[in-house]
Design a protein around this ligand. Sequence first.
Ligand code: UGA
Length: 443
Amino acid sequence: MKVTIFGTGYVGLVTGACLAEMGNHVVCVDIDAGKVDRLARGEIPIYEPGLEPIVKRNHADGQIDFTTDAAAGIAHGDIVFIAVGTPPDEDGSADLKYVLGVAGTIGQHLERHAVVVNKSTVPVGTADRVREAIAAELAARGVGVEFDVVSNPEFLKEGDAVEDCLRPDRIVIGSSSARAVALLRKLYAPFNRNHERIVVMDERSAELTKYAANAMLATKISFMNEIANIAERVGADVEQVRQGIGADPRIGYHFIYPGAGYGGSCFPKDVQALERTARGAGYEARLLGAVEAVNRDQKTKLFELIARHFNGDLRGRTIALWGLAFKPNTDDMREASSRRLMEALWAVGANVQAFDPEARGETRRIYGERADLVLCEHAWDALQGADALAIVTEWKAFRSPDFARIRAVLKTPAIFDGRNLYDPATVEEAGLAYYGIGRGRSL
Ligand code: UGA
């Protein structure tokens, strides 16, 4: 099938690559000419396992092309995806200017029937606004072309994006048009594998499904962080509690890891946006407000533990950070807990020596050169001359370090384990002070 995708960000690029991999002819359109050139040369702007070979191979085979030419893109696609960003605007609502901008462009160039598919995470009612924006441009041109608008939210996780896209657990198609549903069923048939994964519903339900999924996952995390905060005050170990509750299949083991707070481009933004949507509809989403508030506080947790350990005297101290990205297997620093920690440390005159397998470049891009930030090539380099070590991202490489060696290198041997990677007893036996999240020993 002929597919066009507007936006070569995370969602657009991964979707395009996976659809090309399934034999479709994909044209990716982006306004950023530099990015389009780089992609055409096989340079992938994000770190995402497995993405590069798929893009390179399909580009070499002519299955995927990159262009800034919107008109050519629209002429190509029987199905036109909108996968551009929806950044939060000042009040936390999703800003639809890019989505509606693409919709307008589609209306300006559409010459024949197309199914326009919204993949960006957009507030409920956006499909209607996209439809209106396209129709307004068609009317202005005096053209009577038919089109359908579908909401088809994306559920991929960064770091697992290719896998999630090639092997989705469900495919939500929000549309009231039988013609559009039939076309998308055909497009997604190869992704069904051993059983039907397509769930068809109306546009608004599909839009809300996306927010509900992310809000539910964020709620699980904030809930566990709250339990962790209770645990450390009553002398319990949240890790034992986690295993105790996860065994109940109604709760499950997934997404109940307490830690230094959730980050990324999705949860913080989507929880806020859903809250605003609810408010706009005359409902105060109290639970969502609490999920957000707990997370905001949780992001300062590591700093509080460090400050308490050093009796508030952090000026001139050096803290080593293992992990900068908001989670492992990505270089994404958006809303990363490491940022809150570094900024808090700098604010009191402490220095940071950090290592992350992928996010050093992104960190440098955000913070620039500064005397109180050293980005290290190797995990062990970050410990040289440092007072203590904070674990901020749970990269596999950090899971079983040589604690005796850490003890020997650190000046004031202490580990602040923001992801509860280690067994407190093992760390303490090695002669280090151990602080985790909600482990009964943190206060
Ligand atoms: C999230 C959702 O998991 C995807 O299903 C969704 O498609 C995506 O948002 C999106 O809307 O595009 P992502 O932001 O890539 O995916 O990352 P997650 O793996 O969900 O992690 C989010 C944050 O939660 C990370 O900071 C992670 O460290 C934290 N987390 C996760 C916890 O603190 N505890 C957990 O138990 C799980």
